[in-house]
Design a protein around this ligand. Structure first.
Ligand code: FE2
Length: 327
């Protein structure tokens, strides 16, 4: 089987300079780095649009520079972290597919990072995410952006998109079996309730499991022509409740640890009125992080650490400043 890196190496633009990364922690990129990351995100979105256009017209897919940009993002964890807020920013629901796809790339890579996935497999996650909805571009726009519910025949057509994406990838001159398999399986579910084959967990590729979580969350979060998006809280609740049995628990935990509405350093107000700073995320309980409460002991000025996952009566009432997830 040809490795993803063989394909990427064969098609990357060798002269393109890497992103210049500073030594600053990922949470605080310098303004010029942030601009570079945003440009990379925009380039990837544009690349997805161009590739999708090729699919729509049934012509040859040109993806040279695009492949290099996706690879660059996969190899730059700082960029992935910095782009998380972008992935949560609203966009036009009547033209959602390009932004949806780049957001899934960002979210899936953040999850892969949390899972400790090595570079070779991270590249596969990145490319499979970028290609996961390729088949959607072959659908008529009136179906893709329909405002009402789909009828049975339309739903059946829509559910063919993993197969179409798989065939498109298989038709390239490269042998990308692992990539094509992940695209084919992105709607399979742990308990066998997915499609197109209805296979169960052990038969589903890890990359497909990661895309399933990122794709589901991204779609829940954003407006679509037929329904409004959910708040971050509602998204997390839906993902943890409805995802039970359907989404890989290990992947889901890693994902939630990455996309918590209360990342470290964010300022929050507790339900007893005290202010606090988040110092660590509980991956099993993303809405209940560990916080350092302001002036817990006024006499000594000591700031007490509280693990909110262990204090059922104490919880976060609100955030005090913008977090990664805009409300
Ligand atoms: Fe899909």
């Amino acid at each position: 089987m040809v490795r993803v890196s063989d394909l990427i190496g064969a098609r990357a633009a060798p002269s393109a300079p890497p992103l210049r990364l500073g030594a600053a922690p990922a949470a605080t990129p310098a303004p010029h780095e942030r601009r570079a990351f945003t440009r990379l995100y925009d380039d990837i979105t544009e690349g997805i649009r161009e590739v999708g256009e090729g699919v729509r017209k049934g012509g040859r897919i040109h993806a040279g520079a695009f492949i290099h940009q996706v690879r660059q993002l996969a190899c730059t964890p700082e960029a992935v972290t910095a782009l998380l807020p972008t992935a949560f920013a609203p966009y036009d629901p009547d033209d959602f597919l390009d932004r949806h796809t780049s957001n899934v790339v960002v979210l899936a890579l953040a999850t892969a990072e949390a899972l400790g996935i090595q570079e070779e497999n991270r590249l596969c996650v990145a490319f499979a995410s970028a290609a996961h909805d390729l088949g959607m571009y072959s659908l008529p726009r009136e179906l893709l952006y329909k405002r009402g519910a789909l009828d049975i025949s339309e739903a059946k057509t829509l559910r063919r998109h993993p197969h179409v994406g798989f065939s498109l990838l298989r038709s390239t001159r490269h042998n990308v079996e692992n990539l094509a398999r992940a695209v084919y399986q992105e709607h399979e579910r742990e308990n066998g309730n997915g499609y197109p084959e209805g296979v169960r967990s052990p038969e589903i590729a890890q990359e497909a499991k990661i895309i399933a979580v990122a794709d589901t969350f991204e779609a829940l979060m954003h407006n679509r022509p037929h329904r409004p998006g959910l708040s971050p809280f509602e998204c997390i609740r839906t993902l943890t409740q409805k995802g039970r049995g359907e989404l890989c628990p290990r992947v889901l935990r890693s994902f939630l640890a990455q996309i918590t509405p209360f990342p470290p350093t964010s300022r929050v107000q507790l339900n007893d009125g005290r202010n606090a700073e988040v110092v660590a995320v509980n991956s099993d309980s993303p809405l209940r992080p560990v916080v350092r409460v302001d002036a817990s002991n006024r006499a000594s000025g000591e700031r007490m650490l509280v693990d909110l996952s262990q204090t059922p009566l104490l919880s976060i009432a609100s955030t005090l400043e913008p977090t990664r997830l805009p409300s």
